[in-house]
Design a protein around this ligand. Structure first.
Ligand code: AMP
Ligand code: FE
Ligand code: FE
Ligand code: ZN
Length: 277
């Protein structure tokens, strides 16, 4: 069983439509794939329909933008009811923050000598309700200002970078409670990736597990080195947390994130499924 619990489509900042993503997941030999677009469930219906005509199992999810104090943190929510009123309201607020951030980012880029129009960016946003920095990065690539998304982030768009503008997000502990209220399972995405372990130290992860019933942590992820994986796996073991693994596939939007490059143990997946019932 090959299980990949974290991927993105064009409904957020990936480059494959949900149906294309399902097709590629089948080709990659996956048995289970989760679609976890940023702050939206809008791609799930298409993914569900595409999965139904193949043998693959779709785990329905999303990646909710949260924050720990002022730092952005991502929370994977599996099996949530996206129509749950409090969750739907929260996601609408996050997406409004994403849209509202575009103009100030473009102002900063213009001041840096990299003029872009809103249309330049919206072409890459397409039908996505979730405007992201990767769309801005793609517009910068189009203009020839940078080679690829990675360079756009490294030079301009990364947290703390010269064209970075913070946006609204819910505090992580409240996000976990909200996911549970909406019937979902809550797994922190890549906690020790770009968000350094200083932001989510072991004691705080323990507190989230004990006081908020955090379900799991994404351990096997491209952005975690061997030491981080070993330590997070031990932490999960000690706390009874689900330790997941996944690609965080974004199509051609991110290199070294091929479908199935990291996977989740079938026993861990079975327990995640059990918690959804
Ligand atoms: P946003 O959703 O607007 O906060 O942008 C964050 C998204 O940008 C993440 O989900 C990643 O897909 C992408 N991202 C962050 N850092 C990088 C990077 N260094 N290179 C490429 N993509 C990145
Ligand atoms: Fe992304
Ligand atoms: Fe993420
Ligand atoms: Zn992701």
């Amino acid at each position: 069983m090959r299980i990949d619990l974290h991927t993105h489509s064009t409904v957020s900042d990936g480059t494959d439509t949900p149906a294309e993503l399902i097709g590629k997941a089948v080709q990659a030999g996956l048995d289970v794939v989760a679609l976890t677009d940023h702050d939206t469930a809008d791609g799930l219906a298409e993914a569900r329909a595409a999965a139904a005509s193949t043998g693959i199992e779709l785990m329905e999810g999303m990646e909710v933008s949260c924050r720990r104090a002022e730092t952005s943190v991502h929370l994977l929510a599996y099996g949530v009811d996206a129509a749950h009123p409090a969750l739907a309201a929260e996601l609408a607020k996050v997406r409004a923050g994403r849209s509202g951030r575009l103009a100030p980012v473009l102002d900063k880029l213009a001041a840096l000598g990299l003029p872009l129009s809103e249309e330049d960016v919206l072409r890459h946003v397409g039908d996505s309700p979730s405007v992201g920095r990767p769309h801005i990065a793609d517009a910068l690539v189009d203009k020839g200002y940078v080679r690829d998304r990675a360079e756009a982030f490294d030079r301009f768009l990364a947290d703390g970078g010269p064209a970075h503008v913070a946006r609204y997000a819910i505090e992580l502990a409240d996000g976990i409670d909200l996911v549970h209220d909406a019937g979902g399972v809550a797994v922190i995405a890549h906690p020790w990736g770009r968000t350094s372990r200083v932001v989510l130290p072991p004691d705080y992860l323990r507190e989230l597990a004990v006081e908020h019933g955090l379900d799991g942590i994404e351990v096997d992820h491209h952005d975690h080195d061997a030491d981080a994986r070993e330590e997070l796996a031990a932490l999960c073991e000690g706390l009874g947390l689900l330790a997941t693994g996944s690609s965080d596939y974004h199509g051609v939007g991110k290199v070294d994130h091929d479908l199935g490059c990291h996977t989740t143990d079938p026993a861990v997946y079975a327990e995640l499924r059990r918690r959804l019932r």
